[in-house]
Design a protein around this ligand. Structure first.
Ligand code: MOS
Length: 739
């Protein structure tokens, strides 16, 4: 029997630790003599701190210190130009740097005490006098002042192609639409936390919630002028992050500061309310102008995007790249401008730019198809893109047609009556809508190490993360399959800055990036084992070549003569009781960038809209995904399910409301910031269509962290139109907009 691991719906190797509570998160590492920090956040959105009085807090027995800009040590922020691994252009926010307030809920003080409760009480006693300055958080009012950033960190608009204005003027059928949504905030289950352990030799062991320990490591070294070997960052488990953990957050800085100053271990865990005090999906407004011929050929497309950013960093994301990827359009012009506001810098949030850009694009296309009297799938097939027009590159693979076909069949799309308000069930209007989407299938550089012990147990490691996506599991599968070992004999280690270098877990590229390094390092071990196998007495492999060998079931075997084999155990015996150790760095293959590399999706949705109440229920979702080779269908399905659930939130619920008078997000908790609960999620079906891709990486896997969300919100919005005949271009689609 073969031990094929790739493609098996393997349970999470860390599942047991997680459900038994043994998996430890950043705020759960207990050490003796731990002190607790609680952060004080600014009550104003802009201005100066005139006076900050910590004396009442300090009077309490058990309060160790209150840190503010006035008493923070001078050695911090030595390297003012340092930018973390996910920083956009600009000047990163530096907590407690001076008395300036740049956004509401800015951290302005840290109370540290013997217990959490005492620290929280002490924080409440800190008295602050502000000199408020006029703030401006009004996105709509500032659209006219939007600017083109000097540098885009992401989402730089491609050069216009064709003659969009002329083509638009001459188009037989036209559509104009403006699509908007407000800011949205990350709400992973685990709040951001850092436990900083003060070691006897003044070194720090830091448990941090982060999507890549190397970022935390680099950040601490630069912010505190420390040596690399003085800081050890550990982050074995992350309770979801979705982009919120790409950049080191302020609790990390403050906990390190306090630990160093007090020479004590310190923990800070942010509250759910404080999760709304840093980073969010930026509010955007998008204007589309589309032109098509009478028979439904897309002739012209213009997309103008306005997105919020802070005053100190120019955050931009991939909002305008999607028309060129998803449609064949001869003439196009795309722009992306930023609106600077007195808010914290926006932050990557699951499929940054794709979730919002594809929402608007796919709603506009649905409107256009309706105007043309075309079925939405027929319209998309008519305008199917065979190459990425942004960069004029062929796709490495693209099985989107198969997503339409299999998705539509499973959903029963052919039974759809195209007429809005034509399908009903009692007082419920039934709507069927669809949309398609894409997400980048990138690969970056990463390193991995493999140690095969004399007893046949393999440990593979890399400083990557598992933010809940299943990294532990799929890397174990890849390593086990490459060496023909049972899963139980393989351990994968991650989340430790002493391990070989790896990038942040973000951008749906971990399987592609770290998976390639794992496969590559295990291949090195294979080579070594093969050499040893040839040295075994009377080895049947003496004259074999490496390419003729396979590793299966603990055996090193001739492919075309399976009876000629040496066991891995026998080969290891030749190594004089030593382990085999290999380390590699892997990077994208030459020529990879000649291709546009994307995963694709087609999502079909049924909604039921109560005609009297305007409530929307998403009763059925079929999501068909072309994501290359699926390493683990079980964890892969979970990724897509999560994307669908979040898509429901984006379409119908999520909405951080800014009070422009106060310059403050008002609904900063899960009572008033709504996300889908079980009652909002009904029948969800995931299909993975077969797709082979030898260009994206040696595994052929495209990454699934983000493709699951992108086409869900527009499919819901399009279904709502089909149900009600009402086009809502502003997310979320709440009942007031439907009555
Ligand atoms: Mo993600 S927004 O790439 O963590």
């Amino acid at each position: 029997m073969k031990t094929d691991q790739i493609g098996k719906p393997t349970n999470r190797v860390d599942g047991r630790l997680k459900v038994t509570g043994e998996a430890k998160y950043a705020g759960e590492f207990n050490v003796p003599n731990l002190a607790y920090g609680v952060v004080v956040n600014s009550a104003i959105a802009k201005g100066k701190i005139k006076k900050i009085d910590t004396s009442k807090a300090l009077e309490l027995n058990g309060v160790l210190e209150v840190f503010t800009h006035e008493n923070r040590p001078g050695y911090v922020w030595f390297d003012k130009n340092y930018k973390d691994m996910d920083a956009p252009p600009g000047s990163p926010f530096r907590p407690l740097y001076d008395n300036e307030v740049k956004f509401s809920m800015q951290p302005i003080a840290l109370a540290v005490a013997e217990t959490f409760e005492l620290a929280r009480y002490a924080a409440s006693l800190v008295q602050v006098e502000y000199e408020a300055a006029p703030h401006d958080t009004d996105f709509e009012a500032n659209i006219e002042r939007a600017y083109v950033p000097e540098e885009y960190n992401s989402g730089e608009p491609p050069e216009p192609w064709g003659k969009p204005d002329e083509a638009l003027a001459n188009a037989a059928v036209k559509l104009e639409g403006a699509y908007t949504h407000s800011s949205q905030h990350h709400n992973p289950m685990e709040m951001h936390a850092s436990t900083v352990v003060w070691e006897e030799d003044s070194k720090l062991t830091v448990y941090d919630k982060i999507q890549g320990v190397m970022n935390t490591h680099q950040y601490i070294i630069h912010a505190f002028s420390m040596q690399p070997e003085e800081v050890h960052v550990i982050s074995p488990f992350v309770g979801g992050a979705f982009g919120s953990g790409l950049r080191p957050q302020y609790q990390l800085f403050l906990a390190v500061l306090a630990a160093r100053e007090l020479k004590r271990s310190v923990r800070i865990t942010l509250t759910r309310q404080q999760m709304f005090s840093f980073g969010h999906r930026p509010k955007t407004a998008q204007r589309f102008s589309l032109g098509a011929s009478k028979d439904g050929k897309l002739e012209a497309l213009k997309q103008d995007v306005f997105a919020e950013t802070s005053r100190f960093e120019d955050y931009s994301e991939d909002v305008v790249i999607w028309p060129g990827v998803l449609y064949n359009v001869k003439n196009a012009k795309l722009t992306h401008k930023l609106v600077g506001l007195d808010v914290y810098t926006p932050l990557d949030m699951r499929a940054p730019g794709g979730t919002t850009g594809i929402f608007a694009l796919e709603c506009a296309m649905d409107e256009l198809a309706f105007k043309l009297g075309m079925d939405p799938i027929e319209f998309r097939l008519k305008n199917y893109s065979e190459k990425d027009q942004n960069e004029d590159k062929p796709f490495s693979s693209k099985e989107l047609r198969e997503c339409y076909r299999q998705g539509a069949e499973k959903f029963g799309w052919e039974k759809r009556n195209p007429e809005p308000r034509s399908m009903r069930e009692g007082h419920n209007l039934i709507g069927w809508g669809m949309a398609h989407g894409a997400w980048e299938a990138n690969q970056a550089e990463a390193s991995a190490k493999a140690v095969l012990e004399p007893d046949g147990k393999l440990t593979v490691s890399s400083a990557t993360a598992d933010i809940g996506t299943g990294t532990y599991t799929v890397m174990t599968q890849i390593a086990a399959e490459t060496l023909g070992l049972p899963l139980e004999d393989v351990i994968f280690k991650l989340g430790d800055s002493s391990l070989p270098d790896a990038p942040l877990e973000g951008g749906s590229k971990t399987v592609s990036t770290v998976g390639t390094a794992v496969k590559s390092v295990c291949n090195k071990v294979r080579e070594k084992l093969f050499e040893l196998a040839q040295q075994v007495a009377d080895s049947p492999l003496t004259h074999a070549k490496f390419v003729d060998i396979t590793f299966e079931d603990g055996q090193i075997r001739l492919k075309n003569d399976p009876f000629k084999a040496v066991s891995i155990a026998a080969a290891l015996n030749q190594n004089q009781g030593k382990a085999i150790e290999e380390e590699v760095s892997s990077k994208p293959a030459d020529g990879q960038s000649d291709y546009a590399r994307y995963a694709h999706s087609a999502t079909f949705v049924e909604v039921k809209v109560d005609e009297d109440l305007g409530t929307v229920k998403v009763t059925r979702v079929v999501s068909a995904i072309a994501g290359g080779r699926i390493i683990n269908p079980k964890t892969a399905r979970s990724q897509i399910l999560g994307g669908v659930v979040w898509g429901i939130g984006v379409a119908l619920e999520e909405d951080t409301v800014m009070d422009n008078n106060l310059g403050r997000f008002m609904n900063h908790d899960l009572d008033k910031y709504h996300i889908p609960v079980n009652a909002d999620v009904h029948d969800v079906e995931v299909i993975f269509v077969e797709e082979h891709d030898s260009i994206v990486n040696p595994l052929g896997a495209k990454g699934l962290g983000e493709i699951g969300i992108v086409s869900v919100a527009p499919a819901i919005a399009n279904a709502v139109f089909h149900a009600t005949g009402k086009r809502v271009r502003e997310l979320p689609i709440t009942l007031d907009k439907l009555l």
